[in-house]
Write a protein that binds this ligand. Sequence first.
Ligand code: RNT
Ligand code: ZN
Length: 418
Amino acid sequence: MTLETRFLDAYEQYRAIGVDPVHALDVLQRYAISMHCWQGDDVTGFDHDGPLTGGIQATGNYPGKARTPEELMADIDLVFSLVPGKHKLNLHANYAIFEEGEFADRDALKPRHFAKWVSFAKERGIGLDFNPTLFSHDMVKDNLTLSHPDETVRAFWVRHCQCCIRIAQYFAEELGQPCVMNIWIPDGYKDIPADRLGPRARFAQSLDEILSIPYDRTKVLVSLESKVFGIGMESYTVGSSEFTVNYAAARKILPLMDNGHYHPTEVVSDKISSMLLFFDQIALHVTRPVRWDSDHVVLFDDETRELAKEIVRNDALDRVKVGLDFFDASINRVAAWTIGMRNFQKALLYALLTPHELLKRLQEENRFTELMMRQEELKTYPFGAVWDQFCAQNGAPVGEAWYDVVKTYEEEVLSKRC
Ligand code: RNT
Ligand code: ZN
């Protein structure tokens, strides 16, 4: 059976339950996922030689990690060619690109240190998102940054985030689309704190100082990411969920929920609707926590599908800014990226191929037997045929075909890096 016939067959089956696959593909085509640059080099970046700090860890030692901006860009290009559609690239401040012999510390970063990324994005017609980097640096003292009691430390990181707002605005202006700028701090304590309020008050003050510089709020969408614990910061994190949501609501910025940052039985899919009722826009980091905030590659699993359903059925594709956030160093990094990107798109497509109105009605009419039956039967609908059509339509490899491309790249390029 040709791809075309498989699709036509699937089309009929979905039409019969009131779903239009052509419309679904159309919507998916227009949705950009923000792809994190940091999967390519285990969050190392180009501005330091030290280890990854901040209570996060990339585990594994698979060969082929990108060592230079050129290598990272080449890897990203390959991923974009294997993923259907046009996306965004999400940069961290430690990916600044300096000229030969030049260096600028984090509190002195300028838009020009990211000019090469802007050219990269322009040439590919994509947008950029951004993140200040408050880890992997010697001004992180005692695991603290924006909440540090020492004014010199706190002020250094305030300046860093202010630099990042200017850079984010430069991205937005150069590329003609808003830039999401996400602030995440690692700050926390390994053991039971004697004062929980002080660090949070200092964090709030720092954020107020950061946001006090003039910037265009339509161009730079500042978001704030919460966390429940980090390695070495098991007992207390300053930027907890309550802190973040309340701060974001009070100061009219975006809250960012990373699905690795909650207690193990809590799910972000259940939180999205509540957030959408009280925020115009929210942001997500989609990841896969395995027993802890391990940042495994995103799969086409139940929770990923549930996240996508919440975005789609609440008509919130424009209001929920999705970025991926995983860094697996134990497998081919280009493959890791490709699998995660394609999986989140699959989850969106699965949600777009769900007859939400019908299912909602069943819930409202208390017809839970039929609801369960329909939700389960949907799982074996010919979703794959519609996904394959989307890949083909976009000139992206269909099915496992992309893996051969990655294998060749591994042999010819990645295996030569050491
Ligand atoms: C850490 C946060 C944060 C980082 C990136 C690199 O737990 O999830 O988003 O993963 O900024
Ligand atoms: Zn995150």
